[in-house]
Design a protein around this ligand. Sequence first.
Ligand code: TYD
Ligand code: MG
Length: 445
Amino acid sequence: MYICTECGALSAKWQGKCFSCGSWGTLEPRESDETSAKTSGGKARATHALSETQMISEAHRSALESAELSRVLGGGVVAGGVILLSGEPGIGKSTLSLQMAAWYAQSENPALYVTAEETLWQLSERAKRLGIAAANVHAAALSDLDDIIETARESGARLIIIDSVSMITSREASWGAGSIVQIRAVAERLIHYAKQTGTSIVLVGHVTKDGAVSGPKILEHLVDTVLFFEGVRYENYRILRALKNRFWPTDEIGLFRMEAWGLRDMPNPGIEFVKHRDASLTGSVLTVAMEGTRPLLVEIEALTTYTKFGYPKRSSRGIPQGKLDLVIAIANRYAEAKLDSYDVYVNISRGLSVAEPGIDLALLAAILSARWKYSLGNAVFLGELSLTGTIRPVPSLPERLKLLKDLAFETIVLPKESESKKIWKHAQHVWNIEELVALFWSKKS
Ligand code: TYD
Ligand code: MG
């Protein structure tokens, strides 16, 4: 058998190009696994009642000083749990993981930070800047897997940070650092160590600018928890998303602010994401998006420009392209927006990304506001769109309305629902797009 050193695909014969990932010259002969062929020699082992194991697992979760990080982890760091923390270069993964080690070490449990990318000096400069001087956070500049495992065993650390997993080399897997086969071998050994000793491990991974590099991708199904750290370079907020968590429902987010001395929790976001907005401009509409269990006030911006060329442009930042195409189709069909001869650009302000359907109505309103040059002021739009031109209620309405109430917003446009009547007196109800258009014109005249 041959194995591709890029993607790990197996092939029965050698060929110049990998059939799976398309890389050239990456197939190498693979040593056979004799172990898998053996069938006898197994022994019956003890089993445990599930009620018993649940009691064990609850006792093994350590809450952290950062409520935001604990929230994303479902309450804290699970003993023996392996977390993959990925994100673009420079977003703050090393900063977050060093702070995590310090937060964790407050519980008296020692933590070990293995740096394979930066020197110890760089790491200690960072620690100084972050004000971390805990005696039970240890650091080591290592890149050899066997050394790391021995060091971890000696140190007795209960949490180990590996920054980053792609820089670690294993003597067993013979290809260079960073190759997929190598990363997988390293991760498998570390995961085994975590499970065997009950140590929690954070693997820091990289993601390139264009989204996905296969390295961390293949790790996603091996680890217990996948966290993705995102944000925009020139903005100081950061969002930590749980993409997978074997110990907790996912889709929870943690919000942080990157300050000169590290990451700080951002527990109650209010108008942070819509600051400096000019409500008199056309094409700008407010909505509340749910991220996990938490409502965020966001601004959707739209621009439409007349074009003589045959195929109009549709460009989107922070909103899935498919959603934009759909909302444009709905605008054309039910609001007679005649966007066939208009380029349409949409954006969520401050570099946020939102995919949930509760923002559809606001997206439509922003496009119509731009197209008809009519400002919607501080009205907040909450609704999902259906292909039939009706507007549907959004889930988690009470949470969204509560945020708007706390922020003293007055005008809100949404489909009628019993819950909103109780909470909101100034709601304007729209059932379908004709009513939305009528609302536009009634305000304009
Ligand atoms: P870093 O954690 O090195 O990112 P990653 O490991 O994901 O590549 O963070 C890099 C950026 O964070 C860098 O541009 C400087 C900024 N930063 C702060 O703003 N405040 C701080 O306290 C620290 C340590 C970094
Ligand atoms: Mg780093």
